[in-house]
Design a protein. Sequence first.
Length: 388
Amino acid sequence: MNRLSTSWGDFALTRFPEDPRDQLRAWDAADEYLLRQLAEDGTDLSGTVVVAGDRWGALTTALAAHRPVQITDSFLGHEATLANLARNGLTADPDALLTARDTPPGRIDVLLVRVPKSLALLEDQLHRLAPALHPGTVVVGTGMVSEIHTSTLKLFERIIGPTRTSLAVRKARLIHCTPDPASTPGPSPWPLRYALPDDTGVLAGHTVTNHAGIFCADRLDIGTRLFLRHLPTPDGSARVVDLGCGNGVVGTAVALTAPDAEITFIDESYSAVASAEATYRDNVPDGERARFVVGDGMSPLPDSSVDLVLTNPPFHSHRATTDTTARRMFTGARRALRPGGELWVIGNRHLGYHIRLRKLFGNCEVVASDPKFVVLRSVRRGTARRTT
């Protein structure tokens, strides 16, 4: 466990879920730079302080004495904040921990923005927050130099007002923005809806909904296209999980081919689950056998309770490239699958998921592949209903 030293005290912080093998800290130089600048400037934090995109709760925890409102699209970030507050003997106001889908405060006096990886998510966040700003609002963004681009600054400038950047310190940079009451950025373009192409099997011509920040929000990625062409058709009332569901196209495709199946859509992104539900409702209007869960992988599901898990696991955690998430998804899937249940995975060839799946399940079959992607199938040993 690492400790973050600030003008408001020292805080013990970890990511969520806590893993002793994970050497990544719950904050970085961008968080430190922002906190140091607020203290040096003597920023008045007595009004409504909003922290948007706080990745692991470091900013919210450090500023807890000022009761900031946190807005996050990440369930893991939300849980990390709760855990870090408790770890440091601090209490959390449930009404001050908002998701990206919640209505933000009506007035914001200090807005702190941790620049997200997704430019679309930043755009939507700024559109949603801008009406609550006033000429005296202090607006400061923070991120690593590699995360802040000309396009990032243009968004702040267009939606909020005049923008300037700080000097880089330890490869981090600050964005200072002055709200312009005359600014009229117009409505947010999100969510985005589009028709799926002909090479998407049963979903060809159907409409998908993407809220901001969803992977490949303006088009269907080629890996998912390959997956859709080779999805299994579960028998009868099978229990199926679209794990890391994103916009929900995989689970929706299963619902169209197997109307008696019970589909659970799970993602740690609130916007992803909202996208999946919208996609499902638009394309399966009479569908009643679906659940939409924001959570930590398969942890919300009981042991030996599902028949089929379908997933395209991410291999990035913010700026870090890691297979930690995939490992936890595979392990969680094996625990939740009934004997004879199957895990189907789409992934880049170079990630070598087949090696980990063979170790975990004792088997792994290549269902389909192309020069870049591979579809893998592993079976939990035992006897249960099969897919075709």
